[in-house]
Design a binder for this molecule. Structure first.
Ligand SMILES: Cc1cc2nc3c(=O)[nH]c(=O)nc-3n(C[C@H](O)[C@H](O)[C@H](O)COP(=O)(O)OP(=O)(O)OC[C@H]3O[C@@H](n4cnc5c(N)ncnc54)[C@H](O)[C@@H]3O)c2cc1C
Length: 407
């Protein structure tokens, strides 16, 4: 049995940031266990067709958290990144308009503008209807039937694998807020009004994929990071972790960034077990395409139900001297590539890509996190907290947890 003060499960951005911050504060007694042979989690990159490709989807570093950027730049210096103003588009009505849709309908032909404006004006949020609690109804209530039918519902159906009726609305407040008045004004003045979505400005490495930053963070604490070690069981009573290779570790505190439902959990209540089995996620495949996309955008959302993928990442528009693009497709829809001209292209399946925001998730995850913490096991990051956190958010949360643990 190997022992450590802190045992960190998973070497994605959250596990690595926590480890590095503990070390910065003088704490050396920690071990990070990672099942893959390389670190970085969903933020890993591979070289495909001579240039980087982010195998967990398109990954950009948002500028909004300066402390996080400062931390990352310690390992991959700021001068090694390009910065961009976001150009993301939605493919609709045979053309592309910028995202968010409701702020950019002025880019559509006039007859479409009138139709969308009329529909937004009649949306429930503008006519005094009470806010609904189901996802599909909320979308109609907030954005009107036209945006719901032509973009939001088909797109989200693709992205969340037809689970829309299971989703709650508590997480939608973070969508850009564009009022009817903002949309009307943007149609008159031909520029967008209302709040901007995330990644309005972002960084992407000049020579590498996003994953390089995490390889460098891990390299700075080589003795503490064990790759190729898959956790198979966590006993929350004894804080003993068992791994696929037969090794066992015991810690005073375990910090888990891996999905709760991917291992055997022992020493837990029946309610805890029930809550874990209620957590849902979607799997997303990344597939490379060796052609240049006909768009200047960094990425494009594709709501069309007949196209298997839901998003295109235009590598040639953010990765210098590269060509081609990659597409993101929910697992269920990847069968459509069998027998197609893309069948043999480079592809990588992320079994855990999006935690699903099901209606009862907030209560279930609260129960899990509270009971686990009482036993010295802390959930952190996208999977430890089962939240749609981006990498900058999980790094910020890991930094705060390091402060808390060391104080
Ligand atoms: C399609 C897509 C696009 C995204 N775009 C962006 C973006 O542009 N910008 C951004 O900042 N964020 C983006 N994100 C989010 C980003 O990927 C996550 O915020 C980030 O990876 C979360 O880090 P984490 O360490 O919490 O989890 P993860 O990155 O998932 O890391 C968890 C680690 O645990 C390991 N693990 C799992 N099971 C075990 C086990 N049994 N034993 C040992 N180890 C295990 C995994 O291999 C992994 O390394 C995107 C995500 C997706 C899916």
């Amino acid at each position: 049995m190997e022992k450590a003060k802190y045992l960190i499960l998973g070497a994605g951005p959250s596990g690595l940031t926590l480890g590095r911050k503990l070390l910065d504060k003088g704490e050396k007694d920690f071990i990070i266990l990672e099942k893959e042979d390389t670190v970085g989690g969903l933020c890993r990159s591979e070289t495909v067709d001579g240039k980087p490709l982010d195998i967990g989807g398109g990954h950009f570093l948002d500028v909004r958290r300066p402390l996080v950027c400062e931390f990352v730049f310690r390992f991959l210096e700021e001068k090694e990144w390009n910065s961009f103003d976001r150009d993301s588009r939605i493919r609709v009505h045979g053309t592309e308009i910028n995202h968010p849709f409701e702020a950019n309908i002025w880019q559509l032909p006039k007859e479409y503008q009138d139709k969308y404006l009329d529909s937004i004006q009649k949306a429930g949020c503008n006519t005094g209807v009470e806010k609904p609690s189901l996802f599909t109804e909320w979308i109609r209530w907030k954005l009107g039937d036209e945006i719901a039918d032509n973009y939001m519902l088909p797109y989200n159906s693709k992205m969340f694998s037809d689970t829309l009726d299971e989703l709650g609305t508590y997480w939608l407040e973070k969508l850009p807020n564009v009022s009817y008045e903002d949309t009307l004004r943007s149609c008159k003045e031909h520029r967008m009004f209302g709040s901007q979505p995330g990644h309005a400005q972002f960084y992407y490495p000049k020579e590498y994929g996003y994953g390089e930053a995490f390889i460098r963070i891990a390299d700075s604490m080589k003795e503490n990071v064990f790759t190729g070690v898959s956790v198979t069981e966590i006993n929350l009573d004894t804080r003993i972790v068992t791994c696929g290779d037969g090794r066992a570790f015991q810690a005073e505190t375990i910090i888990t960034t891996i999905p709760w439902d991917c291992v055997k959990l022992t020493g837990i209540s029946d309610e805890f077990a029930g809550a874990v089995s209620s957590l849902k996620h979607s799997a997303v495949e990344i597939r490379y395409v060796d052609e240049d996309p006909e768009t200047p955008a960094h990425w494009v959302y594709v709501p069309d139900a007949n196209t298997p993928y839901h998003r295109i990442l235009c590598r040639c528009n953010f990765c210098p001297d590269s060509k081609g693009y990659w597409v993101e497709t929910v697992k269920k829809r990847t069968a459509k590539y069998v027998g197609s001209k893309w069948e043999k292209n480079y592809a990588y399946m992320n079994e855990y890509a999006y935690p699903l925001n099901t209606i009862d998730k907030p209560q279930k995850i609260r129960l899990i996190l509270d009971e686990a913490r009482e036993k010295g096991v802390i959930g952190l990051g996208r999977w430890g907290e089962h939240e749609h956190y981006n990498s900058d958010v999980v790094m910020e949360r890991a930094m705060k947890l390091a402060d808390e643990l060391m104080d």
